[in-house]
Design a protein around this ligand. Sequence first.
Ligand SMILES: [Zn+2]
Length: 502
Amino acid sequence: MVVGPLVLPLGRRGRTVGGRRAPRPWALPLAGTVLLAALGFCAAGCGRRAPAPSLVLLISVDTLRADRLGAYGCRLGLSPRLDALAAESLVFEAAYAPSSFTMPSVSTLLTGRYPEQNGVHGNKSLLPLGIPTLASLLKERGFRTGAVVSNWVLRQTPQTEGSTVDRGFDHYDDRFPEQEANRQIPERLAPDTTAAGLAMLDRLRGEGEAQKTFLWVHYQDPHGPYTPPEGYRERYLAAESERPWPRTELPRAQPEDAPPGVPEFEQRGLASLPSYQALDGRSDPAFYAAGYDGEVRWTDEELARLLDGIAQRGLLDDAVIVFVADHGEAMGEADYWFAHGEYLSDPLVRVPLFLRLPGHSSERRTDVVALADVAPTLLALFGIEPPAEMLGRDLLAPAPPGGGLAYLATSGGAIRSRRGLVRDGWKYLVTDLGGGRVAEELYRLGDERTNLVGSEPERRQLLQKGLMVTMERVQTDVVGRPRALSEADMELMRKLGYVGED
Ligand SMILES: [Zn+2]
């Protein structure tokens, strides 16, 4: 790692220029029209009525590492149904979340804008008023819209109704009948999520004349603590025990171990097991990794029930399906354990992303894509011009010069501010060390063991410039004023154990 006096505009908050149209050098809106026509879609202005998918299904899973799915090379057999879906989808091998915190990442998924543009700096931020969402834009075009979310961070509260990621949904089901094992944080488990998803679909299809439906279902289960049904953890214990774990016993951090200015240190997973993960007095990594595997397998089974239920209603064949995760999870890489949010390494921000289009054959894509690309892609599919501040690109259009990119940034809850850019097979990261000093990392995509910042000066310069340009864009294209939960709600989140001051 190179440490130097390089000055980057880290942490700068951009000025508000809401509504101003900005240039979009890497976006080619609606250029996928040829493909749409081939699929039988009718883009705006095509002048004829063409068959269009009656259901857009967005499935997201919390805290799901891409490398735990068979479609991304995992050999544990955790995801047979998802692998089957991938086999009939466009599978994006280099897809990146903008952050490894839920709210920033999900707000990007639903708005096509990066968290800094949205002023969503952590799980306690709200989406500023006036920002359109994928749901609100589809709703304007006659879609019935519904969501089922099972992560409490995504809840709708009386104070925030219509002003967070619930914006644009006719119905927003955020019931949380269960509670996490170690924290008093409400949640909803996979079987209930599936049942609620199918009930939402029936409700939407039963209302009015609209034939077009947008359904978003967000599963929570791989998020810790890992408590799959009995027998699921046990299936994977042997395989996980054979991994060469960097530690065999994980210590538990105590509040007094915290460096100055780091609240809830014992929850963070830095060289220790986060207190919210601890189960049964266990300290061996394999136990927790197997629990995570079990949660993934269980979620896959429930996703199968969701997809089968949609098939039974005769809606699956013509559905557009997007499958994605909001972020990943650390499993001991860089001595970071069973947590997310602190780093921008691949286990935390590389996510699975499939796009299944009716009548389109499967394909694996290696170009760099971002969660910010999902909303513009779906809008373009229906001939809707994405708003100017959507920096994501239409993934069905020809790639822009230089290929796609993904901009990465840690959120307010992280100890250190980090920024990164993924582009053209490379990943460049900058960490703010304070006092005007930064640390740089440069990796070939997929290999984060060897920092090449010292040996690839031209590549470093190129990526550094690209990062600075992108940072300028996201920090000056800010839309709306940053908003946060009420003080009472913030206090509730602190009590429940949400770390950091984000
Ligand atoms: Zn999450």
